[in-house]
Design a protein around this ligand. Structure first.
Ligand code: SF4
Length: 355
């Protein structure tokens, strides 16, 4: 496969230009075109003659992400996008408008191998990793479509970012480059189910992004029932790696806890969670389970969420209930992709599964 040009750091793009016998500064111009102007189409690049454009196109590839579905929330503040990649795979991104900033949640893989029981994104397994340029392209495509600038990024869409470590870290470095989008690392949050070796690796990257741990249970037995990754790493190992991340980066750790009635909402769950996180620089995001057909559990009501949250706060664990972004009717993360695959299966007789 040809080099993905919009997946290269600026310095690598300058070197690449020299390999096709062009001056290095052309690489910086290309980087600006991709990451400051958010373009993936080489025909719009200014300062490049037709011969140079053709030479670049013949020697490298540029990956995009084309918006094919737009599902706005009724509250007018959030939009779920379905994006098609160059091989027709579908991923999702969610744009969220807040009073002070805009946040985008992007995907890092097509599907996911992690198998969390409550998650629609994993039901067909992992299809493939996203390439670096496919991650940055989600940012630029949604900025263009919404007409707004994205200040904050969360890696909580389809996929486990730390299973696609190299491409994910490369995408974040590109988005941080001041000659590109110049996004602050402090405005980036990465959510992981707890791939311990890569959490430790991330702590050494000199990239102080916010780390979010998908915890969802406070003891190993229960966590193994809903998250297969817990067969590989115990909660204590995950927490130790998170503590190490905090020590090395100074960034507070958030723990996501999806409240699932009848699964992880008992008095004992509450006590174990308090015991686990007490005294740590930790913050709990309490999330209402969003039912999917493959995991028939009910959604907790607002009172149950508030009660659980109040008890955690009273126990010394700073907790907030994640506010609805108004996209409940559009389905849980991964459902738009599943719907789109089914639609294509009916229309064209194919889907992610058999392509
Ligand atoms: S919750 Fe995250 S890690 Fe778990 S299956 Fe879904 S996408 Fe993968």
């Amino acid at each position: 496969m040809q080099t993905e040009l919009n997946g290269l750091q600026q310095s690598d793009l300058r070197e690449w230009m020299q390999t096709i016998n062009e001056p290095a500064f052309r690489g910086s111009q290309l980087f600006t075109h991709f990451h400051k102007h958010g373009q993936t189409d080489l025909s719009y690049i200014t300062g490049f003659g037709e011969a140079l454009r053709k030479k670049v196109a013949a020697n490298g590839r540029v990956d995009g992400a084309e918006i094919i579905r737009t599902l706005p929330a009724k509250n007018g503040r959030s939009i779920k996008y379905g994006l098609r990649l160059s091989d027709d795979r579908i991923v999702e991104a969610v744009f969220m408008r807040y009073p002070t900033h805009n946040t985008l949640c992007i995907s890092t893989q097509v599907g996911c191998a992690m198998g969390c029981a409550f998650c629609a994104s994993t039901k067909d397994g992992l299809i493939r990793n996203l390439r670096t340029g496919e991650m940055t392209a989600q940012v630029y495509a949604t900025e263009r479509a919404s007409g707004e600038t994205i200040q904050n990024l969360v890696l909580m869409g389809i996929g486990e970012p730390l299973q696609n470590y190299t491409n994910t870290v490369a995408a974040l470095r590109i988005l941080h480059d001041p000659d590109g989008k110049g996004m602050s690392y402090r405005n980036i949050s990465l959510s992981t189910c707890g791939i311990v070796p890569n959490m430790r690796r991330l702590a050494e990257e000199d990239m102080p992004i916010n780390l979010v741990i998908s915890l969802h249970a406070a003891n190993d037995r229960k966590r193994r029932e809903i998250m297969p990754i817990a067969e590989h790493y115990t909660i204590q190992e995950v927490i130790a790696a998170a503590d190490d991340y905090f020590e090395k980066t100074g960034r507070r750790i958030s723990y996501e806890y999806t409240l699932i009635p009848g699964v992880n909402d008992t008095e004992n769950d509450l006590k174990e969670l308090i015991q686990l996180l007490k005294g740590r620089q930790a913050h709990v995001n309490l999330i209402a389970y969003h039912p999917i057909k493959e995991y028939q559990k009910t959604r907790p009501d607002a009172t149950a969420l508030q009660r659980f949250s109040a008890r955690l706060n009273a126990g010394g664990i700073r907790t907030t209930v994640r506010k609805s972004i108004g996209l409940e009717e559009q389905g849980a993360c991964g459902q738009l992709r599943a719907q789109e695959n089914r639609r294509q299966e009916v229309q064209y007789g194919n889907s992610d599964k058999n392509r």
